[in-house]
Ligand binder design. Structure first.
Ligand SMILES: Cc1cc2nc3c(=O)[nH]c(=O)nc-3n(C[C@H](O)[C@H](O)[C@H](O)COP(=O)(O)OP(=O)(O)OC[C@H]3O[C@@H](n4cnc5c(N)ncnc54)[C@H](O)[C@@H]3O)c2cc1C
Length: 512
């Protein structure tokens, strides 16, 4: 497998060849890269009417909820099984509880998982493999225009993601009637009036069928269910991200997290261009995590391939962190972080259907501004699971009632909309646009109490906090008004205003 990229991606080849599972990792990266081809294929039909179900394959198990996708789905399934007593089946096409990423979060946020009654504080504390003292954000600019903003208690705990998921998995399998199946791929879901039948392919290619009250789609960005429900356009924006967990940097500070950092202006290529951004987090022992990513529109002309971004990562890494003679990559981390721009007063994306609920990246309701798919799940898990338990008991599993137990949050939707300013557009932006804007935002945040920066980077902003920051930035940096026109246009600006109006209405009535 690796020989295929020996000459096209020599740096990826060199570093992946040294890994035990380099070929497997490459296969998984190429599988994610196929997402872009899928967008031009006919919309998949995986949610089908029960009447169309071919006969001949027996049902091999009865459950209350079938989950397709075993990453964040495992956290939700653990609560539904352990706390609420529902029989769950989690099917995962790969190895369950094995991620291609690692998670950072603050301790206070992580401990919220104990509120579900499924994880104890001691268990959750044991997952924190490193806690750093403080973190900063800094964007490239001349010395006098650059503002390094320090932020405490934000993304400052490195969590062992696989161990957290393994813990959830152990709790699920110890619950009578629940089950986890690895190497099992979701294929289709047939819907009947009072149940669904989920069709899957087992590791040996055998067709399997399971009956349940409903299907929870937690298949992430590649979900065919999200694709079908959203007419083949399940995301409006993305954040292609690659990186490594490695040892042997000469200048890594293990006391400080680098939450966002840029080292150069946007790079121009072909008709497009992208503002590359780094992150650096100390992890377990001598390990240090670095990420390279960029914010983008799904329909931009930019190259979004993770494999190509990995080659860029290895080429540019020395400009950000100096790999020493003993530099060793332990594990690559990668993925496409999804986003949806809600140009309306509430949730404008399909995140449910009759007997179907979308979770995690399949629902795309997090804000990618600070990597928050995991954060969004942690923040909302209690509400999402109690809401679904209620719907199951009441038998209200229609599209509209299930939409009410999604992770949609008005403030996060507005923040996700601001991501448009982070997407460099070669047609309208100067190469320094994103850097300049972010330095102005950091200067404004520096002049406000710490609560503002923490709220912004933890997706907890209130409407008046966001308005204060936006007005101050516009006052200092009037270019933002022209940028608003070029990036949002009439429709996007109207959508953003509706977003804010929906948020104001929800705030005044005490709703979420
Ligand atoms: C490099 C990186 C770092 C990140 N760091 C952070 C962070 O620090 N903090 C934070 O809050 N968020 C972070 N995120 C975001 C977070 O990781 C995601 O939001 C989260 O992983 C989404 O989980 P998910 O289960 O919805 O989707 P995924 O993680 O994509 O998992 C989906 C699962 O479904 C399985 N699957 C797919 N198709 C099928 C099928 N047909 N049948 C069965 N199974 C299937 C996949 O194999 C996969 O295991 C990061 C993301 C990346 C890429």
């Amino acid at each position: 497998m690796l020989d295929r990229i020996r000459t096209t991606h020599p740096l990826v080849y060199r570093h992946f060849r040294a890994l035990d599972n380099g070929g497997e990792q490459l296969g998984s990266i190429l599988a994610i890269d196929r997402y872009w081809e899928q967008l031009s294929l006919p919309v998949p039909e995986v949610l089908l009417d029960g009447g169309k179900m071919p006969t001949g394959v027996p049902v091999s198990g009865d459950f209350d909820i079938v989950y397709a996708g075993g990453t964040l789905g495992l956290l939700h399934a653990a609560v539904m099984a352990v706390r609420y007593g529902w029989r769950v089946l989690v099917m995962e096409r790969g190895e369950p509880a094995r991620t291609t990423r690692d998670w950072n979060i603050s301790r206070g946020e992580l401990l919220r998982l104990s509120g579900t009654g499924v994880f104890t504080e001691t268990e959750l504390d044991s997952l924190i493999v490193r806690r750093y003292r403080t973190g900063w954000v800094e964007f490239h600019a001349s010395q006098e225009r650059r503002k390094r903003l320090y932020i405490d208690d934000v993304l400052d705990c490195a969590v062992d993601a696989d161990r957290l998921l393994g813990m959830a998995m152990a709790k699920i399998v110890s619950t009578p009637g629940s089950r986890i199946m690895g190497r099992t791929s979701f294929r289709a879901c047939y819907r009947f009036d009072d149940h669904v039948v989920v069709e899957a392919e087992g590791h040996d290619g055998v067709q399997l069928r399971f009956r349940a009250k409903m299907l929870v789609d937690s298949m992430g960005i590649v979900s065919p269910v999200a694709m079908q429900l959203n007419g083949g356009r399940p995301q409006t924006h993305v954040c292609p991200t690659v990186g490594t967990i490695a040892t042997g940097f000469e200048n890594a500070d293990f006391e400080v997290g680098e939450i966002l950092a840029s080292t150069e202006p946007a790079e121009l290529s072909g008709r497009g261009g992208r503002q590359l951004i780094w992150e650096g987090f100390p992890a377990k022992g001598e390990e240090y995590i670095t990420y390279l990513f960029f914010y983008d529109r799904v329909d931009s002309p930019n190259d979004k391939s993770l494999l190509n971004l990995f080659e860029t990562y290895f080429r540019k890494l020395p400009d950000y962190k100096r790999p020493g003679a003993g530099f060793t990559v332990l594990r690559p981390v990668y993925g496409i972080i999804p986003a949806w721009s809600h140009d309306g007063s509430g949730c404008t994306r399909a995140v449910s259907d009759d007997r179907i609920l979308l979770l995690g990246d399949a629902a795309s309701l997090g804000s990618p501004l600070t990597f928050c798919g995991f954060g969004s799940m942690v923040r909302n898990l209690d509400r999402l699971t109690s809401g679904l338990d209620h719907a199951l008991r009441a038998g209200t599993l229609g599209r509209d009632s299930l939409a009410g137990v999604s992770a949609f949050e008005h403030n996060v939707a507005s923040m996700a909309n601001l991501m448009k300013y982070m997407c460099f557009d070669a047609r309208t932006d100067e190469p320094d646009f994103v850097n300049e804007l972010m330095n102005e935002v950091m200067i404004v945040l520096d002049g406000l109490p710490p609560r503002y920066r923490q709220a912004m980077f933890r997706d907890e902003m209130t409407l008046d906090e966001l308005a204060t920051v936006m007005l101050k930035v516009a006052w200092r940096y009037p270019k933002i008004l022209a940028a608003t026109w070029s990036k949002l246009g009439l429709q996007g600006s109207a959508g953003f205003v509706k977003n804010i109006a929906g948020w104001a209405m929800a705030t005044s009535t005490g709703r979420r």
